[in-house]
Ligand binder design. Sequence first.
Ligand SMILES: [Zn+2]
Length: 296
Amino acid sequence: MDTDYLIDSDMTRQESAISRQSLSLEQATGLIVKRARQLVKQLVEQRGHSRPPFLPEEYARLQGIRRIEKANLGEVSAVLVKSYEGNMIKVNQNHNLARQNFSCAHEIGHVLLSELKIEPSMEEVEFRTFNPQAHAIFRAKARERLCDAAATELLMPEEIFKKYLSGFGISIRSLEWLADIFKVSISSTAIRIAEISPEPCIALLWRLRPGTEAKVLRLAWRVGPGKKSKGKTDYMPVHTLVKSTSTLYKAYQCANPVKCHKVFRLDAGVKRLPIESKGFGASEMRYVISLAFPAR
Ligand SMILES: [Zn+2]
């Protein structure tokens, strides 16, 4: 193939200069996100508009990926199949469309990562260890995180997502609208909101604690405000279990959003923060997403 992925020559030169040095994971993330942004820009120029959704099929075409094929992949989300005729992506047909979109965009992230040729430079900084097995695991994890960062930028380009977010205002309702408009999952949307919202926002996901008689929700993950939000706002919830008697638990039981307060900790201090929560999914897949607002 002779398309050379249409990287402008300045960027190529800059990147190869950096690739000779050592790279931290943070620097590598910056580079792959920048590369993803170029692809977004290229797509917007080609289409003549920047209205979401931004689908992996559109990016695949720009990256010379021949096609995306739905297949029965068992536990695997997606694979990038390389051949002399060009790459193709196989995606798990049993996953919902939002998840398929993320999986495909992640595979496109792998293509971007190999274009950038930054892995050898990351080796020096990030993978230094005496345990070869830990080395391999850490390396694989770092690579997957970079591809997720690329996928996030491709599907929910920061500037465009921000515009929609500020138009709707930050709430559980707008989270649902954004997920629908950008064709991404509820949880990826929650993470994206926490990462780039100008108003500090913490995203939390709760699941039922398995194997106990008493119904209790347990915190599965939490994403704090990104670097762009002002002040010290990265609060942790003091209690990571939610009893069935609490207001938050109602979000698990019913379909409507629930508003309440929860105590969070930052350094030595505690603060009651307003939070909005809503339950999604059915039966054992059911979970609750909360958005907490440190500045409200
Ligand atoms: Zn991967």
